[in-house]
Design a protein around this ligand. Structure first.
Ligand code: ADP
Ligand code: MG
Length: 736
């Protein structure tokens, strides 16, 4: 058993990829559970036949000798022909016997549609475990159980229980932890004549999970864009590695990952019987991995359509042109919120367009070609060619008021094609103002209303909001690929330990309470090179005065007690103490105040510490996600951070440049950069400090549950910063 397991690990992902290939390209298929009375399995059988799958098709049912013209056998082993794929849709209790039959008959891949496994309470989990063990023992790949089938448009294997009106093979593939999405996703794509690659519903993922399928689709050449609906990530490390694999190959993943809200979390729970990880961590992880996260199926479709482009924009500069002044006006207002930049027309472009434009035309980006443009091919030609070839734009979008039809033989179609050919570096896109109308024949003149435009693999985008979001995602993905650093792989921080690791663990374990005192915490910060205050503990007023004299005035004094987490709340902090005498007084004042607030708390004494010069305060902290490890957050505002909610999140590993870009994304970035006559702060120092902090967090991820450095004070003179407080809560041990 053990050796078997080791061999499997060694064969690694390549093994899984090869095995999944057997599922999508079997030489023959047997459907177990099909019946002359109809049902799930029979619907699958009918579809496979209808769409003309090229291999042999068999049914297995002891009661019949044929079902709908398909030969039927009493068992798999009775089939006088090798069986590539067995699709099983019978009650779960009958499955073990069929699996034995599969092994005996040399079946090469299995899909189990049936439910009654881990998604159900009681015996379900045990049944699923035996299924997993069977798959591991035999090496036969199993998809499901509790799934809704799969399809491969390329070989017309439509092993799903509902039918489509049309089919077109193409580059958008899907991995779905949901059955219904097969139709919500695929039907609109097909209605728009956008080609489908392979689609799989993964069910309970007893043997093959989302990570395996991502890996497979990365390697498989027909797939250009991987779409995914995901409720749970079963094996975070494998998932991360699969996404990194996709990024290495430049193959985009567009994903709906549910679990943003508590109610979605509960729905996901009920649906799959497994937990959804914390959303902030997932969001940060997906960003780091370059996975494009969307919230709705409409956005999934539009984004996958945009990412189907064989081109990647070189920058964010977008030009938009349309015959519709309305589109142009709306877009000008909308530009900011869609995350797309519309830089103004360069002077030479304006000069060129003045020659052909009517007097009343307004030359700007977005550009209104006016209704007259529709009749004057010179206007169309000159405008598109100027926008495409001027070098000022990375993307040119044609805004179309007619929702879904663009005949490429028309004057406009030809002009677009010419402009696109003249500017191979520029990404072209046609986008309709309104979305979702592609399935309605608006005019009997057009027998089948469908988007016809298609530039370098990018179909006609539908609707301004989803369309622009999709373009923004395309631009963002290209940026991700350009800026990605091979050294900052999320997977590489698994198990990574710095030279300080053992000392750090010792400091944490030495602390007696569940919460480290500020001084204990700061020892840990100092170990990793974070700048902290000089300080010492006083147990009496005289001692406080003596310590104060060894520091520069003014000083700060704070109560020290492992039981008091928020010192200010109990009158435990006094700032700006100007003299030794006042320090002695402050000692008594703090002791009296804390005792009156918290008579039961054990007080170790009062810390006397140097006072940092006032300047912007930063909150720096981390939580530890069970799936993705440390999640580093920082924001402006010290105690105001929660009210301001101006926080950036980063997952290690990252470097100072990554932190600098994250600082730039803070709404309050300008304050730090010295806007409005304020002094510049030490952002290099801050970035360095956050990188060191991430090393600390990666090291102690198994030891601590939460860490807050609130605040780090940035010196107003532009050099230096100091962590003046530190709160560390140990990880709760299991069973404690
Ligand atoms: P609390 O436990 O209440 O968070 P802190 O140690 O953070 O206590 O102190 C409260 C506030 O006092 C801080 O947010 C910061 O503004 C200020 N402060 C604390 N220590 C210092 C210091 N050494 N230098 C300057 N300001 C300080
Ligand atoms: Mg504090």
């Amino acid at each position: 058993m053990q050796i078997d397991g080791m061999l499997r690990q060694e064969s690694g992902q390549r093994g899984a990829t090869e095995r999944i290939g057997r599922l999508f390209r079997p030489e023959s298929v047997a459907i177990i559970g099909a019946s002359q009375k109809g049902g799930f399995a029979t619907d699958i059988l009918t579809n496979i036949k209808k769409w003309g799958f090229s291999g042999e098709v068999f049914a297995v049912n002891p009661r019949y000798d044929q079902i709908g013209g398909v030969p039927c056998f009493p068992s798999l082993s009775a089939i006088p022909h090798p069986v590539g794929l067995a699709i099983i849709a019978i009650p779960s209790k009958a499955i073990p016997a069929v699996l034995d039959d599969c092994a005996a008959a040399g079946v090469r891949a299995v899909q189990i549609i049936s439910s009654g496994f881990a998604e159900q309470a009681g015996e379900g989990a045990t049944k699923q475990r035996s299924l997993t063990e069977w798959a591991e023992r035999t090496g036969i790949p199993v998809v499901g159980p509790n799934c809704f089938g799969f399809m491969n448009a390329a070989n017309r294997l439509m092993a799903v229980p509902l039918d489509f009106h049309s089919m077109k093979a193409g580059g958008i593939s899907a991995i779905l932890q949901s059955g219904t999405l097969v139709f919500s996703l695929i039907v609109p794509l097909l209605a728009r004549q956008i080609g489908i690659g392979r689609v799989v519903t993964v069910g309970n993922e007893a043997c093959i999970d989302v990570a395996d399928f991502i890996d497979y689709f990365v390697e498989e050449e027909e797939t250009r864009v991987i779409t995914c609906y995901c409720e749970q990530i079963k094996r975070p490390l494998e998932f991360i590695k699969a996404c990194e694999h996709a990024a290495d190959k430049g193959k985009p993943i567009v994903m709906i990952k549910v679990g943003r809200s508590e109610s979605a979390r509960q729905a996901a729970l009920a649906h799959t019987g497994s937990l959804v990880g914390s959303d902030v961590a997932i969001d940060a992880a997906l960003k780091k991995l370059g996975v494009i996260r969307v919230d709705t199926v409409d956005d999934l479709i539009e984004t996958a359509a945009a990412l189907s482009s064989t081109k990647r924009p070189h920058g964010r500069r977008v030009a938009f042109a349309s015959f519709s002044g309305t589109a142009v006006s709306m877009l000008s207002d909308f530009a900011d919120s869609c995350g797309i930049e519309f830089p103004p027309l360069p002077a030479p472009v304006k000069a060129r367009l003045k020659e052909v434009f009517p007097e009343f035309g307004n030359l700007s980006n977005p550009l209104d070609l006016t209704a007259q443009g529709d009749y004057d091919t010179r206007i169309i030609d000159e405008s598109l060619s100027a926008l495409a070839t001027c070098g000022a734009y990375d993307v040119v979008v044609w805004g179309r008021s007619f929702p879904s039809y663009l005949d490429m033989r028309s004057a406009l179609g030809q002009a677009l094609a010419r402009a696109a050919a003249a500017a191979p570096e520029v990404v072209f896109s046609v986008m309709s103002l309104a979305g979702g109308h592609f399935y309605t024949a608006l005019d009997p003149k057009y027998p089948m209303v469908e988007p016809k435009a298609d530039f370098d693999g990018m179909p006609f985008l539908q609707g301004m909001a989803p369309g622009l979001k999709a373009l923004s995602a395309l631009i963002g993905y290209a940026e991700f690929l350009r800026n990605r650093k091979p050294s900052n792989r999320l997977s590489s921080q698994w198990g990574r330990r710095s030279a300080y690791y053992s000392e750090a663990v010792r400091i944490i374990r030495e602390a007696k309470g569940d919460v480290l005192t500020e001084r204990e915490g700061k020892r840990l910060l100092a170990l990793y090179g974070l700048p902290i205050t000089r300080e010492a503990l006083a147990t009496g007023a005289d001692e406080a005065a003596r310590i104060a004299q060894t520091l520069n005035f003014p000083v700060v004094m704070k109560v020290e007690s492992a039981e008091i987490v928020h010192k200010t709340d109990v009158g435990g902090v006094i700032l700006n103490i100007p003299s030794a005498e006042k320090a002695a007084e402050a000692f008594e004042q703090i002791m009296a105040s804390v005792r009156s607030h918290r008579p039961e708390a054990k007080i170790a004494g009062v810390v006397v510490q140097e006072m940092a010069k006032s300047g912007p305060e930063i909150m720096l902290g981390a939580t530890f996600d069970p799936q993705f490890g440390p999640v580093i957050a920082f924001g402006l505002g010290g105690i105001w951070v929660e009210a301001l909610k101006d926080v950036q999140v980063l997952l290690p590993p990252f470097d100072a440049a990554d932190v600098q870009s994250a600082i730039g994304r803070l709404r309050g970035a300008s304050v730090l950069r010295g806007a409005r006559g304020r002094a510049k702060t030490d952002l290099d120092g801050l970035a360095d400090c956050i990188v060191k902090f991430s090393t600390l967090c990666t090291d102690v991820a198994n030891e601590i549950g939460e860490i807050d450095i609130n605040p780090v004070i940035l010196s107003a003179n532009g050099a230096g910063l100091t962590a003046v407080d530190c709160l560390i809560v140990k990880k709760k041990r299991k069973g404690v």
